[in-house]
Write a protein that binds this ligand. Structure first.
Ligand code: NDP
Length: 478
């Protein structure tokens, strides 16, 4: 238990000026949806309504795709690559200038702790734009031939767990490669995407190069199935990813899918326990576990199981859950009532199937959507909590005896997005990494991201890579 209490250290929200209502961003301007429909976005920490946001209809999707096509043909594809790069550099610098505002807005709309939006999300957003700005006039050196061409108009659909960061992962490479975009943010987290639309205006980006359509799943479906789209990029659930793959299969559209995961975080007996425990906490409790590559299955070598579990429980008792805008908060709010219901349901299934549930003593706020950090022990491979993505602050702990058994268990999943290995031995890291069927394998660390490092999945975690030289391929006609 902490020896002293922290005084509240709330970040002021006065830096954010919320409008009462937001329109769709089409052809460089904000406009209401054609049929006037709108929905409310709330703060998941307090259930306070933050703003009303337009809901794009299929007719709005038509308008946005037409604007993106015009911008592609008349402006963006004929602009010298160096000039495209200048716009991206300008956007990156404005993101840095407005970083505090964007971090507060993200924490308000998403529920994530300000410490994470301020220190992780927004710096990575700027880094993605800087990185891809540099690529814009160097594409002939990317290894895809002497003059790689853009694809045209990209339709992009993103989830709610890293709203602005997922936007950056989608828009920065698309624009750098010469494409124009229509992007739909998630229904529960539209506000930073709309702030990004303002940044495009501020950067004097030619109208139509970036279009933002707010709405729900139907808007997403209308976008990815639109015949005017050349490329579909999606991040979200495996279920919706499969539907999109089916929708796009009979078309000429190029598709990349970044879907769910059930990553193994593997701790060997020779690992430094304190560092591994920090990595376990970061792996599953960062962003309330709303992370597709979260280390949601902890595999501990049997000989150190008691030691690791005791250290982990001690550490979890020090996590502070509460106001996302408090700078001392480690665990924020669950993003929506629907997601909370899903986490609760799967946790109840875990208990019913015979696993033991543990949470540190932790007071949950009365208003808003909250779930305490939770650890399940006595989990077997057959349990649903070991197989299904919970997408919340819930860790399933399993054990192993030999490296071969660790590989077997880690790979025993339909997913393959990431994995973590904790050991003192470099040779074991390489041995494991070459056998783990995961797009990213972290060694003695977890949840580390960099724009130059490609990210993506095996099996039902999707296909295509985002980031690095490999990520450019998704937006080039190669
Ligand atoms: P979804 O896959 O439903 O949502 C992702 C995005 O796709 C959202 O913008 C959503 O819109 C949109 N969308 C929904 N249906 C369609 C469709 N038929 N065609 C095109 N776009 C569509 O994820 P959820 O938010 O419903 O989360 C459900 C589960 O998915 C989570 O519990 C988690 O397990 C997993 N998930 C995984 C993520 C990852 O990064 N791998 C990210 C998010 C969720 P809208 O939000 O408006 O419904």
């Amino acid at each position: 238990m902490p020896k002293f209490e922290y005084a509240p250290a709330p970040e002021s929200r006065s830096i954010v000026s919320l409008r009462e209502s937001y329109g769709l961003f089409i052809n460089g301007e904000f406009a209401p949806s054609g049929d006037g429909r709108a929905f409310k976005t709330i703060s998941p920490a307090t259930e306070e309504v933050l703003a009303e946001v337009a809901e794009a209809s299929p007719a709005d999707v038509d308008r946005a795709v037409a604007a993106a096509r015009r911008a592609y043909e008349r402006t963006w594809s004929v602009l010298p690559a160096k000039e495209r790069g200048k716009y991206l550099f300008r956007i990156a610098r404005i993101i840095q200038e407005r970083s505090r505002e964007l971090a507060v807005l993200e924490s308000l709309d998403n529920g994530k702790p300000i410490r994470e939006s301020r220190d992780v999300d927004i710096p990575l957003v700027a880094a993605h734009f800087f990185y891809h700005a540099g690529w814009a006039d160097k594409l002939e050196y990317a290894g895809y031939g002497p003059a790689p061409k853009a694809l045209g108009v990209a339709g992009q659909v993103i989830p709610w767990n890293f709203p602005l960061l997922m936007l950056a992962w989608k828009i920065a490479p698309a624009l750098a490669c010469g494409n124009t975009v229509v992007l739909k943010p998630a229904e529960t987290t539209p506000l930073t995407a709309l702030a990004f639309a303002e940044i495009c205006q501020q950067a004097d980006l030619p109208p139509g190069v970036v279009n933002i359509l707010t709405g729900a799943g139907d808007t997403g479906k209308a976008l990815v199935t639109h015949p005017g789209i050349d490329k579909v990029a999606f991040t979200g659930s495996t279920e919706v990813g499969k539907e999109i793959a089916r929708d796009c299969a009979p078309t000429r559209k190029k598709v990349t899918l970044e879907l769910g995961g059930k990553a193994a975080n593997i701790v060997f007996e020779d690992a430094p326990v304190d560092q591994a425990v920090e990595g376990i906490v970061n792996g599953i409790f960062f962003n309330q576990g709303h992370v597709c590559c979260a280390g949601s299955r902890l595999l501990v070598q049997e000989s150190v199981y008691d030691q690791v579990l005791a250290s982990l429980q001690r550490r979890l008792a020090t996590l502070r859950l509460g106001d996302p805008l408090d700078k001392n908060t480690d665990v924020g709010a669950i993003n929506s009532a629907a997601q909370l219901a899903k986490i609760r349901e799967l946790s109840e299934v875990g208990e019913a199937e015979g696993a033991q549930r543990w949470s540190p003593p932790c007071e949950l706020p009365v208003k808003g959507f909250w779930f305490p950090p939770t650890v399940f022990t006595g989990v077997s491979q057959a349990h649903r909590i070991a197989r299904e993505e919970i997408f919340g602050p819930v860790l399933s702990v399993l054990t192993f005896r030999t490296p071969a058994e660790a590989v077997e268990k880690a790979n025993n999943t339909p997913y393959g997005l990431s994995a973590g290995v904790w050991t003192d031995k470099g040779s074991r890291i390489l041995w494991m990494a070459s056998r783990l069927r995961a797009g990213v394998v972290w060694a003695n660390t977890f949840n580390k991201f960099d724009p130059s490092s490609p990210f993506g999945g095996y099996k039902e975690s999707g296909y295509g890579r985002e980031g690095g030289r490999h990520g450019l391929e998704a937006y080039l006609d190669v």
